[in-house]
Design a protein around this ligand. Sequence first.
Ligand SMILES: O=P(O)(O)OC[C@H]1O[C@H](OP(=O)(O)OP(=O)(O)O)[C@H](O)[C@@H]1O
Ligand code: HPA
Length: 186
Amino acid sequence: MERQLWLDRGFDLQLRYSKDRINAEIARLAAEISSDFQGQSLLIVVVLKGAFFFAADLVRELKVPVELDYVTLSSYAGTSTTGTVAIEKDLAADIAGRHVLVLEDIVDTGLTLTRLMDLLQQRGPESLNICTLIDKKERRQAEVEPKYVGIACEGGFLVGYGLDLDEQMRELSNIYEVRQTPGGVE
Ligand SMILES: O=P(O)(O)OC[C@H]1O[C@H](OP(=O)(O)OP(=O)(O)O)[C@H](O)[C@@H]1O
Ligand code: HPA
């Protein structure tokens, strides 16, 4: 079982969202987005690294043509945001006049997406919207309203399905809440 490897290393993982639940939410989101953009094409902006799994599953369910591009942002150290969002790799595509949909794994404080949306808005897209798998409103510090939300969640630090704790546990199929257990080996 995928949890066991991390339990042995001193991390307590509690299942929050199963892969079946994630698949169901992705199917719902894909239907909604496909209907909203019927007859148009989408430029999908995947926010790396975390949204990689979500994007791979979502775009294959869409019924509209898409072009994919990627931006790499980072701000977290452990379970806390540093408050400084670094743009490590910018987009390759010109987004002016395009229908742009930003894909995120999680919106938490909102600092990452505020920074990205400001940057993208200045480039003149025809439309600019956010789709996030997880919307964690509890810790919001900046005003960000994703148009498409898979799962609205409460607190806890989440890992799995792309979500990491210091670059670890992204590969887990399900999403868990993680806690470090006393005396665990790192
Ligand atoms: O709303 P916020 O509080 O800003 O948090 C959300 C961001 O934090 C995570 O990225 P991270 O900086 O950990 O990089 P990663 O995608 O490489 O994991 C996550 O993928 C979001 O991009
Ligand atoms: O709960 C989270 N898990 C992983 N990365 C994150 N970035 C913001 N919140 C989270």
